[in-house]
Design a protein around this ligand. Structure first.
Ligand code: SF4
Length: 309
């Protein structure tokens, strides 16, 4: 198919989507053009919910690898594609299935709660999966007498532990290198320079414990997107990966959004481009397919993640 026929790459993508009966899902951290080309934009939870509902034959997942795996587990009859197989997640790489097995052996009565940012192999070793939107609810749903082993994000785990007051909760010491770049001293400076701005923060931020007392809200990216729409404030300091500001600015043209750190850019999330989307739809590449036996074991924790909202 030639772009000359369609004029723009966006038109070409629309035509290819129709031809392939495909739907494009884009995470809130994708580059703006990719978000604009998507049928659905959101965080991991929203995209997983939309993947499960879609009637399309092909799901092109513009995010990182574990998200496409989750879509493949939820939709085994669909073809799940990613534009770039190298788009992974440093946080997900901080725990392996053998680490989970070892930790469980040390805590035989414990239940494993895994953040969605994990591989399908790690999910298959877990009892519950959660996103940053429902991590607190998931942990609260677990009987008090059960130890909780929370993997892999230490900062999200710390936040949930504090919110729930749960003592019997062990935390894996993984972290997102992108969210580590958001520093409390930058936040303090921004807050002083923009006294009227609201400060919203993602619980993956490495400076969470130091800076949470400054935050008006601690929210998932989807929670942030909703919150800034509803809030009467005109200016916001946003502590998460900078991609989410694209959607905030688009949805709220009269409001001002300031990144807590311009350096909080996930290189993996930025690997997907419009050109790669075209190649993906044209050649039906690169398929992410979780083997049935593994998918079956990973399904229950994911199902729990979707039902505890
Ligand atoms: S921002 Fe962090 S947690 Fe999210 S995909 Fe990138 S490395 Fe993983």
């Amino acid at each position: 198919m030639s772009r000359a026929i369609y004029g723009t790459i966006e038109e070409e993508i629309r035509a290819l989507k129709k031809e392939r009966n495909a739907v494009i899902m884009a995470h809130n951290y994708q580059i703006g053009e990719v978000q604009d080309a998507a049928d659905f934009t959101g965080d991991s939870l929203r995209l997983a919910q939309e993947a499960r509902k879609t009637n399309a034959e092909v799901i092109l997942f513009c995010g990182v690898h574990f998200m496409a795996e989750t879509a493949s587990i939820l939709c085994p009859d669909k073809k799940v594609l990613v534009p770039d197989l190298e788009a992974g997640c440093s946080l997900a790489d901080m725990i392996r299935p053998e680490d989970v097995r070892q930790w469980k052996a040390e805590h035989p009565d414990g239940l494993v709660v895994c953040y969605v940012n994990t591989s399908a192999e790690v999910k298959a070793e877990s009892d519950y999966c959660c996103t940053s939107s429902n991590a607190e609810k998931v942990v609260r749903s677990i009987p008090e007498d059960k130890d909780v082993l929370f993997i892999p994000d230490f900062f999200l785990g710390t936040y949930v532990k504090q919110r729930t007051g749960r003592k019997n909760m062990e935390l894996w010491r993984g972290y997102c290198p992108t969210h580590m770049l958001i520093q409390s001293r930058d936040i303090e400076k921004l807050r002083a320079g923009h006294p009227g701005a609201e400060f919203i923060m993602h619980p993956e931020c490495g400076c969470l414990t130091k800076s949470m007392h400054l935050a008006d809200r601690i929210l998932s990216t989807e929670g942030m997107v909703r919150y800034v729409k509803e809030s009467p404030a005109r200016e916001f300091i946003v502590a998460t990966e900078t991609g989410v500001l694209h959607r905030m600015r688009k949805d709220n043209p009269g409001k001002n959004f300031i990144p807590a750190s311009v350096h909080a850019v996930c290189n993996y999330m930025k690997m997907n481009t419009l050109e790669k989307i075209v190649a993906s739809l044209e050649n039906l590449q690169y398929e992410v397919k979780v083997p049935p036996e593994l998918a079956q074991r990973a399904y229950l924790p994911i199902e729990r993640m979707l039902s505890i909202v």
